[in-house]
Write a protein that binds this ligand. Structure first.
Ligand SMILES: C[S@@+](CC[C@H](N)C(=O)[O-])C[C@H]1O[C@@H](n2cnc3c(N)ncnc32)[C@H](O)[C@@H]1O
Length: 352
């Protein structure tokens, strides 16, 4: 088996790893030319140029260039059964809570609630933003959160109780594609909202269609989601480009879209709503900024949490992963570091 054949066997044109057990001797996964869609001749899948990786760190450079052996390419059945890549471990729930602290104010500002609305929050997670919306909409509001994962839901209920806000929200177990709404609730909501959820489902259009059906004529559908391509770190931490690329690949391997953010307006249109507004919510900071540490730790936490799934793809090995993450941690302590990221935000109206 030569290297090219090996690469073909490992990664399909859609970037999916095929279920084949192979023993691979990789001599080097770096070629000094700027390629994007080609596979590396070493068989390591999509290629990032040496320069783009910006390997200036000697230890990392050695770990990248040293011969490494990947003994197995995992069958997709080895992946977690859930398509929710982040999982529900306590550390992950802690990360999600901190993330809420960082963005809820901006999400609420863009949402422009008028008060007393009936609100549906799809993929409500720990329910923190669901409760923020309920507080903002006031005592006349009725707010329903739908969450598929029972552990996530249990923690959401616990937090709502602990804050004495259990009665503010109706948190329900259910799937975004089969919303657990009563007959009279369909077409009765003023606002249907989903944040960081469409990126975790294989059929985001199906979800948006359900959200359109859930709101009344004239009601609003508000979507907030990631487009992982928009991230910029400077000075670029060596190894980060390939690490982030490997993280992004986990989405399509699970059948999800890591770039769904850019599609929000067209999803609204395809689902039969009239898109009326789109914007970005800035989600970055510079080293001296108030939120920088929390944002950098959120990014590191995301990567750490997805470690097993990232490594299962075989795009990079343990040593590379750990080296790049350590370098990223060092970058986060630089006084000149800057993180640029933005959340895609779009709003549509149900017309008929
Ligand atoms: C990243 S969290 C975001 C939670 C919340 N919207 C927020 O912004 O804090 C995504 C949530 O969507 C949930 N989820 C994923 N797929 C789902 C589905 N098909 N139906 C309902 N919830 C789903 C996950 O379990 C997870 O709690």
């Amino acid at each position: 088996m030569d290297d090219r054949l090996l690469a073909k066997n490992r990664v399909s044109s859609k970037g999916r790893v095929k279920p084949k057990l192979v023993r691979v001797k990789v001599r080097s996964c770096i070629e000094a030319r700027p390629l994007s869609d080609e596979t590396c001749s070493c068989g390591a899948g999509r290629l990032f140029s040496y320069n783009k990786l910006g390997v200036q760190d000697r230890n990392l450079a050695r770990s990248i260039h040293k011969p490494l052996t990947i003994t197995t390419m995992n069958d997709p059945t080895d992946l977690p059964a859930s398509s929710y890549i982040h999982g529900t471990a306590a550390t992950e729930q802690h990360r999600l809570s901190k993330l809420n602290d960082l963005i809820n104010e901006a999400s609420l500002r863009e949402l422009r609630l008028r008060g007393n609305e009936n609100i549906l929050d799809v993929g409500s997670g720990l329910g923190q933003f669901t409760r923020v919306m309920a507080r903002a909409a006031g005592p006349g509001a009725r707010v329903v959160g739908i969450e598929k994962d029972t552990q996530q839901l249990a923690e959401a209920v616990r937090q709502a109780r602990a804050s004495g806000e259990e009665s503010l929200v109706d948190l329900r177990s259910g799937d975004a594609l089969a919303l657990p709404l009563r007959t009279e609730e369909w077409g009765d909501f003023d606002v249907a909202h989903a944040r960081f959820m469409l990126e975790h489902v294989p059929d985001p259009l199906g979800v948006v269609r359900s959200m359109v059906r859930a709101v009344k004529v004239g009601g609003r559908i508000v979507l907030e989601d990631d487009d992982h391509d928009v991230i910029r770190l400077w000075p670029e931490p060596p190894g980060f480009a390939l690490l982030w690329h490997a993280y992004i690949r986990t989405y399509d391997r699970l059948g999800n879209d890591a770039y769904v953010g850019r599609r929000l307006v067209s999803l609204l249109h395809e689902a039969g709503a009239v898109p009326v507004r789109n914007t970005w919510i800035f989600f970055g900071d510079c080293a001296t900024g108030r939120n920088f540490d929390a944002l950098a730790q959120n990014m590191i936490g995301i990567l750490q949490g997805a470690r097993a799934t990232i490594l299962a793809q075989g795009i990079l090995d343990n040593a590379y992963f750990d080296g790049a993450l350590e370098t990223l941690d060092g970058w986060a302590r630089r006084p000149d570091a800057a993180l640029w990221y933005a959340i895609c935000w779009a709003e549509g109206i149900r017309q008929s």
